[in-house]
Ligand binder design. Structure first.
Ligand code: ASP
Length: 345
């Protein structure tokens, strides 16, 4: 049975009364139609949401929305996402991305070089291979076989400037993004590439996106160039299903940004979903896991940032961060807005 046919039958089981033949656009009883919503990390999420909303607002699927949405950021002059991002300590940009749909299908790529849209490759991994994750050369080989262009191995002007700044000290420890005013004064701005829509203090970020479509289905995506000036081969949380991203269509969808190692340690996004399953609201669930990370990190929690955004099956969105300064963008039928996240400080 074809996928479309199966979905048709499933939807009829939910009380859908009629279909237009062209494109199987469903006509749905008012009581079961869901108002779509999409949320994405940071201020870059505003532009990403607009692309996602083109899909969702036209009655499209959450999976398509979260892929199209974050592709916008992958194309931007952004310090921390896509091929314009900061390189590793050897001067190469390496990308991590993952995507997950409402049926536990998921795909990811890690340590991928010279491919403009890792999120689209992650989706191909999900849809065209029996695997969940491809890394490095193998991921690149797969991408090229799938028709993706191999881009030149070169840095954007911003990334080159940042990398040259970093090389002056070549500190082993990746400098973490901290948006707190106190910490900003301690950071050397020459080490930072300007974030497209921010103030220029950024070192790493992830565009993470979660969405609910009119069919009531959830999906999520995330994509990043990871920690700037990381060790070659370092992979963060973003391509690790359950850590940087998790979707359970009965409960909710969650994405993370911040210090990837500490998100992996607690299977962060999956942990947030489990808290929502126990009845917590999206922001309470995010807070619970952020608190767990603070307990684990003890004193060192002051040196890292961790942020989650979550959406539940009812279309409620929430977020929580370890420290001040995290914001996220939410697009509903009422428009697109940037929201300041609550945090532990
Ligand atoms: N979580 C990403 C990583 O560790 C970076 C970030 O979101 O700031 O690779």
């Amino acid at each position: 049975m074809s996928m479309d046919r199966r979905k048709f039958l499933n939807l009829s089981g939910l009380g859908i009364t009629s279909f237009t033949i062209s494109g199987f656009i469903p006509t749905i009883h008012n009581q079961i139609e869901v108002a779509p919503i999409v949320a994405a990390t940071w201020d870059a999420g505003l532009a990403a949401n607009l692309a996602a909303w083109k899909v969702l607002g036209a009655g499209g699927k959450a999976l398509d929305a979260v892929e199209k949405g974050v592709m916008v950021t992958e194309d931007e002059m952004n310090c921390c996402v896509g091929l314009n991002g900061n390189p590793d300590r050897d001067g190469h940009v390496t990308l991590d991305a993952s995507i997950m749909d409402h049926e536990f299908n998921c795909g990811s790529v890690a340590f991928l070089e010279r491919i403009k849209h890792p999120i689209a490759v992650a989706r191909r991994v999900m849809e065209k291979t029996p695997h969940v994750m491809l890394v490095g050369e193998g991921a690149q080989q797969f991408a090229v076989a799938e028709g993706f262009t191999l881009e030149p191995d070169q840095l954007s002007d911003d990334a080159k400037r940042s990398y040259e700044g970093w090389l002056k000290k070549s500190e082993y420890k990746p400098v973490i993004n901290i948006e707190r005013k106190k910490a900003l004064s301690q950071l050397d701005p020459s080490l930072m590439a300007p974030h497209k829509l921010s103030n220029g203090e950024w070192n790493h970020d992830t565009i993470g996106m979660v969405a609910l479509d009119r069919f009531g289905n959830l999906s999520g995506s995330c994509t990043t160039s990871g920690a700037g000036f990381k060790m070659r081969g370092r992979v963060g949380d973003s391509p690790v299903i359950g850590a940087g991203l998790y979707v359970d269509n009965e409960v909710g969808a969650v994405v993370a940004t911040g210090q990837g190692e500490d998100v992996i340690r607690v299977a962060g996004s999956s942990a947030v979903v489990e808290q929502m399953r126990q009845g917590k609201s999206p922001s309470e669930a995010c807070k619970f896991v952020v608190e767990r990370i603070r307990r684990i990190k003890k004193e060192k929690a002051k040196d890292i940032q961790i942020c989650f955004i979550a959406i539940n099956k009812k279309g409620e969105v929430g977020a929580f961060a370890l420290h001040k300064g995290f914001n996220y963008a939410v697009h509903t039928n009422d428009g697109n807005k940037l929201i300041e996240s609550s945090s532990l400080d």
